[in-house]
Design a protein around this ligand. Structure first.
Ligand code: SF4
Length: 414
């Protein structure tokens, strides 16, 4: 999404009329920015390319270009199997893609993006690539090693975003905690957070995708120091059985993860912890799944997402036999989510009667949908507000929680 926003910003600066997704069908060129990291994403990317090629064949488009991770990873195969695409580009070839539009890459535009999110929030990509070696993951193959962006550049970008109306930014990278090691020879995520927290008008900053091994605890100090850094941490753990963690090459044990979670909660009481897990990794036994479920029951994470394992060429796990059938992977994922569903409901019920500050996202079916500092965009809970008062997206209001559901809350304005 951020890459598309950067591409669109560059096109716009070259006076080319650009929109993220046009429902009007008054465009003549389409750039498909693909994802290629798991099977479902690849399928969606290929379907989108085929749809656009068909439109071109029916004379509705002049050109179709394809860029992004799928194209980086499988360009040769795609070129020979899908006709009708005018040119394919890898993840590092933005200047070449711009040339097709007779446009120049403008380096002075660093941080200029045409946002595709509502104007009150944005993602801020603080680094590209990953130096980890998780056995299931194809991302380093497509994105290369970790490259941090300088703190000053990120602060400038955040200031620009705030000037354009952004109130909340989500820090993203393939792996947040490595930030700084390449560029400054030390981990500097906490310094970056402090610098961003000082940006006037930036009301919420939240952290996504933090690797647990050697987690930089000073990040939590920064979280405690600044009210505009959300007490929120998204830390993908992938599994909790030691056999699986080892096979996944996560460089951490279940015991170490449990200790880390206790330390994080002791340092930032009330922090919202989100994690994501993988079900059906090669060799995963029923015992491993039981161990994972027991871990979730003990740890009581606030938010959990589960993906089914995708067998990816070029990864070290590809050497293993993908021995769990797709339906069984789905069944396990669902079983794990059922454990979390109950925890989520109980945690939501604890909020009933409390007054929470929320940011209004949108109006839908006569009600407003908002989020607390403990909820990120799209992946987490929403707070439903029933009111006759007019609220604006991006507005902060206080809401008394009146009802709790599995994954959402309902409340009234106070
Ligand atoms: S840390 Fe994340 S992006 Fe990096 S290899 Fe592991 S799963 Fe992939």
């Amino acid at each position: 999404m951020v890459d598309s926003e950067v591409l669109s910003g560059q096109l716009l600066a070259n006076e080319i009329d650009v929109v993220h997704e046009s429902a009007k069908r008054d465009h003549n060129i389409v750039v498909v920015n693909t994802c290629g990291f798991i099977d479902k994403a690849k399928e969606e990317s290929i379907n989108t390319i085929l749809e656009q090629v068909e439109l071109k064949q029916r004379g509705k488009l002049d050109k179709v270009y394809v860029t992004g991770c799928l194209s980086e990873r499988y360009r040769g195969d795609l070129e020979s199997e899908i006709g009708g695409v005018d040119a394919w580009f890898g993840t590092m070839e933005l200047p070449l893609l711009l040339k097709k539009f007779d446009a120049d890459y403008k380096s002075e535009l660093i941080g200029e993006r045409l946002l595709s999110t509502p104007s009150h929030y944005a993602y801020l990509k603080i680094a590209e690539g990953c130096n980890r070696t998780c056995s299931f993951c194809a991302i380093p193959l497509m994105r290369g090693g970790h490259v941090s962006r300088p703190i000053e550049e990120l602060v400038k970008e955040a200031e620009k975003l705030v000037r354009s109306g952004v109130k909340e930014i989500m820090l993203i990278a393939q792996e947040l905690t490595y930030y700084g090691l390449d560029l400054y020879k030390q981990r500097r995520l906490a310094d970056l957070m402090r610098a961003l927290a000082a940006v006037e008008g930036l009301e919420w900053i939240r952290l996504h995708y933090a690797y647990p091994t050697k987690f930089p605890m000073e990040v939590l100090d920064a979280m405690n120091e600044f009210p505009n850094i959300c007490n929120y941490l998204d830390m993908p753990l992938q599994h909790a059985s030691n056999a699986m963690l080892k096979a996944m090459k996560r460089q951490i044990t279940r015991e170490e993860i449990e200790e880390l979670v206790h330390q994080i909660r002791a340092k930032v009481p009330g922090i919202c912890l989100r994690t994501t897990l993988i079900a059906g990794f090669p060799g995963e036994t029923e015992d491993d799944v039981e161990e994972l479920k027991g871990f979730l029951e003990r740890m009581r994470f606030d938010r959990v997402g589960v993906f089914t394992y995708s067998h990816e060429e070029g990864t070290s796990a590809y050497e293993l036999e993908d021995n769990i059938p797709a339906e069984e992977k789905e069944r396990r994922a669902q079983e794990i989510m059922e454990v979390q569903q109950e925890i989520s409901l109980e945690k939501n019920q604890e909020r009933v009667g409390k007054v929470l500050k929320v940011i209004v996202d949108k109006k839908e079916a006569g009600r407003y949908l908002a989020r607390t500092e403990f909820d990120s965009v799209e992946v987490d809970n929403e707070v439903i507000i029933n009111t006759t008062k007019r609220l604006k997206p991006g507005e902060f209001v206080n809401v008394r929680i009146t009802k709790a559901f599995d994954y959402d809350l309902e409340g009234e304005l106070v």
